[in-house]
Design a protein. Sequence first.
Length: 344
Amino acid sequence: MRIEEDIKLDYSDVLFRPKRSTLQSRKDVNLKRTYKFKYSNHEWSGIPIMAANMDGVGELGIAEKLSEFEMITCLTKQHDLKTIKSDKKVKNIFKNIVLSMGTREDDFNRVSEILKECSFFQFICIDVANGYSEHFSKFVKSVRDKYPTKTIIAGNVVTADMTQELILSGADIVKVGIGPGSVCTTRIQTGVGYPQLSAVIECADAAHGLGAHIIADGGCTCPGDVAKGFGGGADFVMLGGMLAGHDEGKGNIVEKNGEKFIQFYGSSSEVANERHYGGLNGYRSSEGREVLLKYRGKINDTIINILGGVRSSCTYVGARSLKELSKCTTFVRVSNQFNDTFTK
């Protein structure tokens, strides 16, 4: 047994320290990034915010809207060839769509079938809850061998050593985060995790040293947290709960006491396992929760609010672009992030 005593930080543990700025307006901030990926050599340009591959978020309706803002959507693992081909707009937005898969044979076959007919897709996300198994690294390598020109995302992990392992196995982008999500109960069920900001800082440093990239996946509760992810060195920030509850996600609407709610649940929750895999097996438990979110209507205003917050963060620290944000960032440790008097 060993204890690491150095302090690890979550987004709520810090604030940006403001700095003198020559920017006159938020509109002067450029949020677009251009990345060239290590193995695929594919170049992508846009605003590097991603919708998570969760039910009600990683949907084609969300993808259509986010693509208008040059943002990316990771489709759920349940999107098959028939579903994708039924959407007439896919060929116009494919550059901002990621195909998701697990490590099961049927997942691999489903994505292979899609790519056989729709070879224009450029991103593959190999997504598991625990990216630390030797089997996972080998699987990433096998996908890289089969698809040498596709940009491969792999995760989730939270430490520098495994970030490097996945990159050396063929990942262009590593997905970082274990347990920080709003409907994730992994930390409660297993006692495993890592404070998200520290995970982002350490994994970004490891990935950038090898010429690769990372996604900060989970833990964002507000636009300020999205900015903190970028400030900590993330190349992309992935959002689940912040993009849930909208019309475009086509979730189940429930009415209670005259108000509308939409069902939202974690990908490892009991309801997700019942819906997609026939229930939990006898050897495992649920690592996600189900909640009812207030119905939020169209997603457009939510996107504008998030992007406006990130632009404002940049103006406070003197960053003219998202690319400059991490270079301009100084975090201040705090015990209280904001005054919540009227939120209780």
